[in-house]
Structures are given as C-alpha cells and as structure tokens.
Design a protein around this ligand. Sequence first.
Ligand code: DLZ
Length: 158
Amino acid sequence: MATALHNLSDYDFDQVPDASNMCFGIVVAEWNPEITGALLDGAVKTLKKHGALPENIHVKTVPGSFELIYGAQQMCKNDGFDAVIVLGSVIRGETPHFDYICEGVTFGIAKLNASQNIPVVYGLLTTNDLQQAKDRSGGKLGNKGDECAVVAIKMAKF
Ligand code: DLZ
C-alpha cells in the first residue's frame, strides 16, 4: 500500500487502450479545492492523451467527499458513460471525522462497483496532512488523477 516509492503518474502508455470512443463521468469534491482541482486536471489531461474527446468527458462537482457516493450513483444511471471517476481529498483533522468519511466513501464506492453496471474508479486521497495530498496531486509522487484516468480507460475496455 505504501506509495513512497511509486509515482502515481508512471504507467506503460502502450498498455492503455484507445479511448476515442469512450465516454467518462467525473465527480469531483469541492473540499480542499487546490488538491481536487489538480486531480481533475490530471485526470482530464490523461483521458485526452489517450484519445478521449472533450465532449465525452462530463464533470460534476459535489460539496464534499461524502457526496461522491451519491454523485457517482447518479452518473451510473446514465448508460452513456463507460466509466465514472470520483475525485476527492480528505485530510486528517483533530477529530475521528476523517475515519468516518474515509470509511463511508470507500464502502459506498465499493458498493456501487458491486451493484452497478459501470466501473466507478476510486480517486480519494486520504492523507495525514496537506503536504501528503500535494505530493500526490501533481507533486513529487505524481498525480492520482492520472492514475484514475488510466484505470477508468482500462476498466471501460474490460
Ligand atoms: C466535514 C468535512 C471535513 C471535516 N473534512 C473534509 C475533507 O477533508 N475532505 C472532504 O472532501 N470533505 C470534508 N468534509 C465534508 C464532508 O465530506 C461532507 O461534505 C459533509 O460531512 C456533509 O455531508
């Protein structure tokens, strides 16, 4: 699970299918906007790099990461999408709230994957501090948004 040696933006380009006929939904949380905005930039850029057309990338925002579940569920009802990506950033605070949000979102997205016909890609950064989130949203450890885009294309093909 450790990512300290793994750059989230590193992948084998040739192993990623062509996405020019694919349609994607992205749900992005407004909390920690500096982080989620960077995740979104990475995801969109990588989808386009593999051929996805701008008009086939549909982005919706939700207030916080907890709302990613509902947002993704609504997007799953649109059978025009080949995959849905959720992007959020939860940063540990002083109370146990962090644990409840992370567990809730993780469980909710897992449940969608088991119950819906569209893959839902889990792009939730769960970090101890802001620096760890920056490192994983375009910083020294790459961008989780890039990774999610690659996973979405592969799962859409699956
Ligand atoms: C309330 C809350 C807190 C404390 N922290 C975060 C966070 O770090 N990242 C995030 O995406 N959302 C946070 N939220 C908001 C919750 O996700 C949710 O929007 C509210 O609890 C309302 O349901």
